[in-house]
Design a protein around this ligand. Structure first.
Ligand SMILES: [Mg+2]
Length: 192
């Protein structure tokens, strides 16, 4: 067995916090219920925590880089206050879908894994969109948790829209690498 670290890679909007669409200011940022408890337990199970987030909102004009930096400072402060150690935050500010860092491309995960020295095959990705799951698969992350809670931390529930159902069906052949989870408690079962 590898003695290198394991990492829980986390998508941000829709997992860490409510996704109201292009969340880029402290005012519009709201942590998901149960996220601190979930991350504390993940750390107890020996996972490093890394956030890998597409943040195209600056280049698309939804918020400024100053807004983003203030928000990042707020997020780090809240995690510290709740005794959670985020080992790394990687953001992709690009809007070009071909950019190697922009999910579903694996650039951020691969870079984070290198920086942290983690074993990707023993690591886990969790995200609420198919692009998160595909990024995890593209980076050869061992297990990819598709976070689709019944009461999602987003502004609308798209978990059972035809496109998402089709994507889930298309993942069947990857069943050992992709699991749909409906809550943080259910996700914890996989963090063994
Ligand atoms: Mg998301």
């Amino acid at each position: 067995m590898s003695d290198r670290s394991r990492c829980l890679f986390l998508d941000r909007d829709g997992v860490i916090n409510w996704d109201f669409g292009y969340v880029g200011t402290v005012e519009r940022f709201k942590f998901s219920e149960g996220i601190f408890d979930f991350l504390r337990k993940a750390e107890e199970k020996g996972f490093l925590l890394a956030i890998v987030s597409n943040q195209s909102g600056v280049k698309k004009g939804h918020f400024t880089m100053d807004d983003y930096c203030a928000l990042e400072k707020h997020i780090i402060g809240e995690f510290k206050a709740n005794k959670i150690n985020i080992a790394l935050m990687e953001n992709c500010f690009e809007i070009d879908d071909n950019h190697p860092d922009r999910k579903p491309n694996p650039g951020m995960i691969l870079r984070a894994a290198k920086k942290l020295g983690v074993d990707l095959t023993r690591s886990i990705m969790i995200g609420d969109k198919v692009s998160d799951i595909r990024a995890g698969l593209n980076a050869r992350v061992g297990l990819n948790l598709w976070f689709l809670p019944d009461s999602p931390f987003i502004d609308k529930n798209y978990a059972d829209t035809p496109d998402v159902l089709k994507e889930i069906a298309s993942m069947k052949e990857k069943a050992s690498q992709v699991k749909v989870v409906k809550s943080f408690d259910e996700a914890l079962i996989y963090l063994t």
